[in-house]
Design a protein around this ligand. Structure first.
Ligand SMILES: Cc1cc2nc3c(=O)[nH]c(=O)nc-3n(C[C@H](O)[C@H](O)[C@H](O)COP(=O)(O)OP(=O)(O)OC[C@H]3O[C@@H](n4cnc5c(N)ncnc54)[C@H](O)[C@@H]3O)c2cc1C
Length: 428
C-alpha cells in the first residue's frame, strides 16, 4: 500500500501530461496504465495537428511525451486499476492485482476505444486505409474515394469533414433512417459527391497492402465498392466511469464523465481529462489541455484540503473533502480591502497565507493569520459585515459561499459548535 497526493489513471496524452505537471510541481504521484504508455495515439500513423510537430507518427509523439515526463520525475507502473472509492478525505484505489493505494486526488485519464465493426480486413488494414478518426486522417486522402460507416452524429459530422478531401463519399449505414441531427444530414446528403448506401452492412474490407474495396450487403446481395479509405464511426466506448461502483460519478448518456471547467467531477478530489470526458472534440491537444487544468486544480485542492483539515480537525474526512472542493483561492495585495463593514455577508474566509487586520469604526481590533477565519458572524446571524477586513501583507484566502458554509455546518455538528464558539468571542 502506498499513499500519494495524486494518482493518475491512464498513460495516454492526458495522463502523461498530468504526470509531467505533477512531477514538476513536486507532488507525490503515481500513474497507472494497464497496457503501456502512449494510449490511443500509439495506434496512429501520422499526426499532423499537434502544434510544434508538423509531421510525426503517433508512436513518436507518445514516446516523446513519456520521455519528457520521465525526465522531470514521472513515476509510473504498468498495472490496471479496478476500482476507486472515497475513503474519508482520501480515495482508495484498488488495483486489478489486488493491491490498494490511497491518494488525496485522482485524475481519470482512461480515454476510450472506438467500437469496431468486427469484419475481415478491419484489423489488417488499420492505418492502411481503415481509420476511426476523420479529423486525424482525412487530409491523407485528398482526391480519394472514401466510405463512412455509421448513422449517428459522429458519422455524419466526420463525413462532412471528409467531404473536404473526398472525390466521392459513400455513407454506409445498416438502417434506412439516420440518427444524426437533421441539419447535419441536410448538409451532407445534399452534396453531389455523397452517396447513401442503406440499409447496408459492411461484410469485408480488402485490397493489396492498402484498402482498395469494401464489400457491402444490401437487400441480400453483396456489392463491391472500390475505394481508398473507410472511416468507421459506429460508436466510442469511454472508460473510467466503470471504476466507480460504490458512488455515482456523473456522466452523460454516452458514458462520458461530466466535469466543470476545472475538470472536476461531482466527486470531491476526482478529476477527468481527455477522451473519457464529456466534450465536443477528442484530440491530443484537448487531452493535454484538460490534463494541465486538472492537475493544477488538483494541486490547489490538496492545499485547500490540508488547510481545512488543520482548521477544522473535528470534521470527518468526507466533510473536509467536500469543504475543500467548495473553496476558492482569492489573493489580495497589502492594504487591499477584503470585506467592508456594512456590506451584506456572502462569504466565509479562511486565511491560508499572510496576515489580515480587522478594522471597526476606523480602529484596528486585531490581526488574523494562517489557520484563522472570518465572516462567520454575518453568515450565522444573517447580519451585514460588522467590520472591515484588510490585507496586512500579501494574503491568500480560501473563500466559501453561504451555501457551502451552511452545508459544512449541517454535516458536522462539531465544526458548527467550534465556529459558533469562535463567533461568540468576536469583539464586534
Ligand atoms: C485511429 C486514431 C487516430 C487518431 N489520430 C489523431 C491525430 O492525428 N491527432 C489527434 O490530435 N488525435 C488523434 N486521435 C485521437 C487521440 O488519439 C486521442 O484524443 C488521445 O489519445 C486521447 O488521449 P487520452 O490520454 O485522453 O486517452 P488515451 O490515449 O485513450 O489513453 C488512455 C489510457 O488509459 C489506459 N487505461 C484505461 N483504463 C485503465 C484502467 N482501468 N487502468 C489503467 N489504465 C487504464 C489505457 O490503457 C490507455 O493507455 C486519434 C484517435 C484514433 C483512434
Amino acid at each position: 500500500m502506498a499513499e500519494f497526493d495524486v494518482v493518475i489513471i491512464g498513460g495516454g496524452p492526458a495522463g502523461l501530461t498530468a504526470a509531467l505537471y505533477a512531477a514538476r510541481a513536486n507532488m507525490s504521484h503515481m500513474l497507472f496504465d494497464q497496457k503501456g504508455l502512449g494510449g490511443e495515439i500509439m495506434n496512429t500513423d501520422l499526426v499532423e495537428d499537434y502544434p510544434g510537430f508538423a509531421t510525426t507518427t503517433g508512436r513518436d509523439l507518445a514516446e516523446k511525451m513519456a520521455e519528457h515526463a520521465e525526465k522531470f520525475g514521472m513515476k509510473h507502473e504498468l498495472k490496471g486499476v479496478k476500482k476507486i472509492a472515497t475513503d474519508g478525505d482520501r480515495k482508495r484505489i484498488e488495483m486489478v492485482d489486488g493491491t490498494v493505494h490511497y491518494a488525496l486526488a485522482v485524475v481519470i485519464a482512461a480515454g476510450g476505444e472506438p467500437v469496431k465493426l468486427g469484419v475481415p480486413g478491419e484489423k489488417e488494414f488499420y492505418g492502411k486505409g481503415v481509420s476511426y478518426c476523420a479529423v486525424c486522417d482525412g487530409a491523407f486522402f485528398k482526391g480519394s474515394d472514401l466510405a463512412v460507416v455509421g448513422g449517428g452524429d459522429s458519422a455524419v459530422q466526420e463525413g462532412l469533414f471528409l467531404t473536404r478531401f473526398a472525390k466521392k463519399l459513400h455513407v454506409v449505414h445498416r438502417r434506412s433512417e439516420f440518427r444524426a441531427q437533421a441539419i447535419l444530414q441536410d448538409r451532407l446528403f445534399t452534396m453531389d459527391k455523397v452517396e447513401k448506401v442503406t440499409p447496408a452492412t459492411v461484410k469485408e474490407i480488402g485490397g493489396e497492402n492498402v484498402v482498395q474495396w469494401i464489400d457491402v450487403v444490401q437487400d441480400g446481395t453483396t456489392r463491391r465498392i472500390p475505394l481508398d479509405g473507410v472511416f468507421i464511426f459506429v460508436g466510442f466506448t469511454p472508460l473510467g466511469r466503470e471504476l466507480f461502483t460504490d458512488e455515482h460519478i456523473e456522466h452523460d448518456e454516452g458514458g462520458y464523465i461530466i466535469t466543470d471547467q476545472n475538470m472536476r467531477t461531482n466527486i470531491p478530489g476526482v478529476y477527468a481529462a481527455g477522451d473519457c470526458r464529456a466534450q465536443l472534440f477528442r484530440q491530443v491537444t484537448t487531452a493535454v489541455g484538460d490534463a494541465t487544468t486538472a492537475i493544477l486544480h488538483a494541486e490547489r485542492y490538496i492545499e485547500e484540503l490540508r488547510h481545512a483539515k488543520k482548521t477544522f480537525p473535528m470534521a470527518s474526512g468526507e466533510v473536509i473533502a467536500e469543504t475543500a472542493s467548495a473553496m476558492e483561492v482569492v489573493r489580495f495585495q497589502p492594504g487591499a480591502t477584503i470585506v467592508k463593514e456594512g456590506d451584506p455577508t456572502d462569504r466565509f474566509y479562511l486565511v491560508a497565507k499572510g496576515d489580515v487586520e480587522v478594522v471597526h469604526q476606523g480602529k484596528v481590533l486585531k490581526s488574523l493569520r494562517s489557520g484563522e477565519y472570518f465572516g462567520e458572524v454575518g453568515l450565522l446571524t444573517g447580519a451585514p459585515r460588522n467590520a472591515t477586513v484588510r490585507a496586512k501583507t500579501s494574503v491568500e484566502l480560501l473563500a466559501m459561499d453561504k451555501a457551502a458554509f451552511d452545508r459544512m455546518l449541517k454535516q458536522s455538528a462539531e465544526t458548527r459548535d467550534a465556529i459558533a464558539s469562535v463567533a461568540a468571542t468576536r469583539d464586534v
